[in-house]
Design a protein around this ligand. Structure first.
Ligand code: NAD
Ligand code: TYD
Length: 344
């Protein structure tokens, strides 16, 4: 019998790429793609897959905070494994208002864990982020986040993810729930919502607009192509040890200025005409860097994509999918953009 997997947040950026990877590879799975379809969820991200794989993929619109609904879905589809992507995921929005972050990232995670405990599960994988570890000094490049680094979240987003991770840990220790946790660095690639750095900058440039660089532009992130992240999650789900945390990264630390230079170069744009320095994000973490040694040594996973090539592929995807992002960059998005970048 096919593996019966509940994928939460499956209509978002990474969740939809994960479903795409598994089905594209011909894995023997039956996937229940669950999503509340918030502003960040988009059924168009799954539409072609739903048509191509009607026997292997179903979509269910549901809120992970609704225990009754989750229990019904679990029973109806005989769920045995969970990959939990669903989240409020944007730091800037968490600064505007943290309520939805606590609701989905903390309460939603607790609901999923409780249903898993009550109805039974073979594996539950929590998709988390390197941001739970806080920030690193920029003058000590040898220091990176390991799985032993203490959790020191600095934004309401990362605090809510850390709270979710702590709940997952507690269900392992207290109830013996078979859980796994992954913590990954910044992803980029197709279907990335255009409020995040790379897709925002690429689509702004396509619209002939400037790109808003926070502060001095020298904050550092580690960037991983989304397909590599999805492959890493699948590896952990198959080979990871229960109760363990696995850090996932691209060994690809770049300043935001460097990212901006690369994007401008690939799009034939000039710095002075295209870049606008704007007020820094409050509490802006200076540097993230991942030690992914455990993934390599224990599970044999390493990223397959090189940044230079994958960023080009990503930009090309936005060039060939204009209707996808133009549809998003209207309506509610415009209100958010106005508030975030002009304070009005
Ligand atoms: P995203 O915002 O693109 O997608 C999140 C999805 O969750 C959306 O489709 C949304 O509709 C859905 N959702 C939100 N609240 C829900 C609820 N209450 N019930 C059901 N569905 C709900 O986010 P993403 O970038 O794809 O991130 C996915 C996961 O990966 C998140 O848990 C995030 O913390 C983690 N992560 C992201 C990155 C990154 O660089 N994007 C890096 C590391 C970890
Ligand atoms: P983002 O894509 O929001 O991811 P995260 O904050 O989760 O790392 O931002 C990546 C980096 O880019 C971060 O240092 C903030 C910066 N940034 C800008 O300079 N301008 C922007 O408009 C955005 C959205 C981000």
């Amino acid at each position: 019998m096919s593996r019966r997997i509940l994928v939460t947040g499956a209509a978002g950026f990474i969740g939809s790429n994960f479903v795409r990877l598994l089905l594209g590879r011909g894995e023997d799975v039956f996937i229940v793609a669950l999503d509340k379809l918030t502003y960040a969820g988009n059924l168009a991200n799954l539409q072609d897959l739903l048509e191509k794989y009607p026997k292997k993929l179903v979509f269910v619109k549901a809120d992970i905070c609704d225990a009754k609904q989750i229990e019904e879905i679990w029973r109806q589809h005989q769920i045995r494994e969970v990959v939990h992507f669903a989240a409020e995921s944007h730091v800037d929005r968490s600064i505007m208002g943290s309520g939805p972050f606590i609701q989905t990232n903390v309460v939603g995670t607790q609901v999923l864990l409780d249903v898993a405990k009550g109805l039974g599960v073979d594996k539950y994988l929590q998709v988390s982020t390197d941001e739970v570890y806080g920030t690193l000094p920029e003058d000590q490049p040898e220091i990176k986040f390991t799985e032993e680094t203490p959790l020191q979240p600095n934004s309401p987003y990362s605090a809510s993810k850390a709270a979710g991770d702590c709940l997952v840990r507690s269900y392992f220790h207290t109830f013996g729930l078979p859980v796994l946790t992954t913590r990954c660095s910044n992803n980029y690639g197709p279907y990335h919502f255009p409020e995040k750095l790379i897709p925002l900058f690429v689509t702004n440039l396509m619209e002939g607009k400037k790109v808003p660089l926070y502060g001095d532009g020298m904050n550092v992130r580690d960037w991983l192509y989304v397909e590599d992240h999805c492959d890493a999650i699948w590896t952990v789900l198959n080979k990871g040890r229960m109760g363990e945390v696995y850090n996932i990264g691209g060994n690809n630390e770049l300043t935001n200025r460097r990212i901006t230079e690369v994007v401008l170069l690939q799009m034939g744009k000039n710095w002075d005409e295209s870049v606008q320095y704007v007020k820094d994000r409050p509490g802006h973490d200076r540097r993230y860097a991942i030690d992914a040694g455990k993934m390599k040594n224990e599970l044999g996973w390493e990223p397959k994509h090189r940044f230079e090539q994958a960023i080009q592929t990503t930009i090309d995807w936005y060039r060939t999918h204009e209707s996808w992002w133009r549809g998003i960059k209207s309506g509610e998005y415009l209100k958010y953009y106005q508030q975030q970048y002009t304070g009005r």
